[in-house]
Structures are given as structure tokens and as C-alpha cells.
Design a protein around this ligand. Structure first.
Ligand code: IPM
Ligand code: MN
Length: 331
């Protein structure tokens, strides 16, 4: 929020913000993780900037009462079917990558994760004492619209889409593949590859430079994006934009990290970069978004690191110090 305020004052914009509860805090005060008032405010838009949700105190609760339910309902109600998760290895952080320097350096990809379908939402779903059911279902229309987002994005990048599926086993993936092929015909200058998800998981850590845009379904995208964060150096770095509906939803890829809550050591980069995506996608403020991105790079280049970005035991700065530095650099 501090970085957004600085952007507004430097570029002469008026920043109008309403705060609403979602997740555990909402459940505690109202008995539901996503109160109607929150949902109504989000639907009014024009953009939702979301803090991470999740709390171990909710572990015993049924799925519909858990903090995550707020997120899933928001995503589907807002119709944000395409979740863009950029994963670029920052020059300054190559040595924090879980991968060898020569494998990680220069990697720059975007994972386009389908966000409102698949196993997360499929019906029927149920759980009895000794049997549980979830349903993997995709329609042609659902695949088509997210594939178009991926191809449009690739068109403005290195013009390469890798569609990730499990078509050697799953009918849903066979449909996915066929529809993606169809969509690809409309983009003759974008190269399309298909890859099975198990192989993709392996290539992501052995040869990640080959990826430009990865297009995949909801659950595979969830898993592969956390894997990509290890390539970047920390889960605290990855931002996301969920688009496709009237209102965009912007959230860090990481969870709420309850183990470090209140310690002032969380990495704010994912949230700050999510704000930059919001400036760009919801408000078409591209210069402002670029200024935020540059400010993050400057703070890193100046040697500032939160605890997740230094070898264990080395000195680090707090969340606030890092965010202050980014805001300073935006000025
Ligand atoms: C993510 C998160 C969520 C997801 C959880 C919190 C429900 O892991 O955004 O990647 O699985 O989509
Ligand atoms: Mn996830």
C-alpha cells in the first residue's frame, strides 16, 4: 500500500482504497471467510488487491469455512479465469536460486494457470469416512479462452507457448490439447509445444530457459508455479494477476506463512510486484508499473535482502525497511 501511495503522489493520481476482510479474520468476526459485504465490494471493482489467506487455526474446519474458500469464491465470482504468474530470475538473486547459476541465470517465463475450473471447482465433490471424490472437468470454451490469453501474451514476448497436460492418461487433457491446437491456428507466428506435466516438472529444474509462456490447468499450474519460485530464489518473490473478468484480482503466489506472522520479516516483493501488475492490467498505468518494477530491482541492487533471500544466519532487513526502500526508489 505504501508503494502504491508513493506511485500516486509521484505520478499525480488519486488513490482510492477500501479495505475489507477475507479469510481467517473474516471468519473469526462474522463466521464466514468471505462476508457478503466483502464480496459485493470486490464485484464493484475496478480491482482487488488481495493479501494472502490461510491460517492453521482453520485446519479442522470443513472446506467451505476455511480461509482458502474466500479466495476460491472470489476467483470464480469475479470470473478471473486466467492467472498470470511471471517467474523471472533476478540478476541480483541468481545465487539464491535452488538451481545451479548457469541453469537459472536469465530465466524468464510466465505461467498462465487456468484459475476457475478443473479439480478445484469440479462437481461432484464429497467426502465420507472412507471415500472421497473430486471431479476433473473442463469444457472446450474454458480451455479456449485461457489458451487465447496465453497466446496473446506469448505474442508480445518470445512467441513460444508450452502447453502442459497429462494427455497420455486423462481424457480432459486430450480435449485440452485438441482445443489448444485449434487456438494455435489463429497465432501462426507463435510456436506451440505440448509437454506432459511430469516431464515439465523435471524440465523446469533442468532446462528452464526453454520456457517462455507455460499454459496449463488449475492444479498443474498451482504446483508448477511453486516449483518456479524455487528457481527464482524464494516464494516471496512471485506475483500474480488474475484476469479475464470485469474486475482483476492481484495477489502474491505465496500463502500467509503463519510461521513468520508478526515477526516483520516477510518478503514484500511478491505483493509489491502484484501491485505493479494491477497498475498495468487494471489501470493501464504502464509507466507507473515499470517504475515499481525498477524500484524493486534498485532495492535489490543496493543489497537489501529480507531473511528469505540471504543464506541462513546472514544479516537481513525487515519487511518495512525493504518496502520503504522500494517506495523511496519510486520517488
Ligand atoms: C495459490 C494458492 C491457493 C491455490 C490456495 C491458498 C487455495 O496455493 O494461489 O497458488 O491453491 O490456488
Ligand atoms: Mn499455490
Amino acid at each position: 500500500m505504501q508503494v502504491l501511495e508513493t506511485v500516486a503522489s509521484r505520478f499525480g493520481h488519486e488513490l482510492s482504497v477500501e479495505e475489507h476482510q477475507a479469510g481467517w479474520c473474516a471468519y473469526e468476526s462474522t463466521g464466514t471467510p468471505l462476508p457478503d459485504s466483502t464480496l459485493a465490494a470486490c464485484v464493484r471493482g475496478p480491482a482487488v488487491f488481495l493479501g494472502a489467506v490461510g491460517d492453521p487455526r482453520a485446519d479442522g474446519l470443513p472446506p467451505g469455512k476455511r480461509p482458502e474458500a474466500a479466495l476460491l469464491k472470489l476467483r470464480s465470482t469475479l470470473g478471473c479465469f486466467a492467472n498470470l504468474r511471471p517467474a523471472r530470475v533476478d540478476e541480483e538473486l541468481v545465487d539464491m536460486s535452488a538451481l545451479k547459476r548457469e541453469i537459472a541465470a536469465g530465466c524468464d517465463m510466465v505461467i498462465v494457470r487456468e484459475l476457475t475450473g478443473g479439480l478445484y471447482y469440479g462437481q461432484p465433490r464429497s467426502r465420507d469416512a472412507d471415500r472421497a471424490v473430486n471431479t476433473l472437468v473442463y469444457t472446450k470454451a474454458e480451455v479456449e479462452r485461457v489458451a487465447k490469453v496465453a497466446f496473446d501474451l506469448a505474442h508480445g514476448r518470445r512467441r513460444h507457448v508450452t502447453s502442459v497436460d497429462k494427455a497420455n492418461v486423462l481424457e480432459v487433457s486430450q480435449l485440452w490439447r485438441a482445443v489448444v491446437e485449434e487456438v494455435a491456428k489463429g497465432y501462426p507466428d507463435v510456436k506451440l509445444d505440448h509437454m506432459f506435466v511430469d516431464r515439465a516438472a523435471m524440465e523446469l529444474v533442468t532446462a528452464p530457459k526453454q520456457f517462455d509462456v507455460i499454459l496449463t490447468e488449475n492444479l498443474f499450474g498451482d504446483i508448477l508455479s511453486d516449483e518456479a519460485s524455487a528457481m527464482c530464489g524464494s516464494l516471496g518473490l512471485l506475483a500474480s494477476a488474475s484476469v479475464g473478468g470485469k474486475v482483476g484480482l492481484y495477489e502474491p503466489v505465496h500463502g500467509s506463512a503463519p510461521d513468520i506472522a508478526g515477526k516483520g520479516i516477510a518478503n514484500p516483493i511478491a505483493a509489491i510486484r502484484s501491485a505493479a501488475l494491477m497498475l498495468s492490467y487494471s489501470f493501464s498505468l504502464h509507466a507507473e508499473a515499470a517504475a515499481v518494477e525498477r524500484a524493486v530491482s534498485k532495492a535489490l541492487a543496493d543489497g537489501l535482502r529480507t531473511a528469505d533471500l540471504v543464506p541462513r544466519g546472514m544479516a537481513s532487513v525487515s519487511t518495512t525497511t525493504f518496502a520503504n526502500a522500494v517506495a523511496e526508489a519510486v520517488k
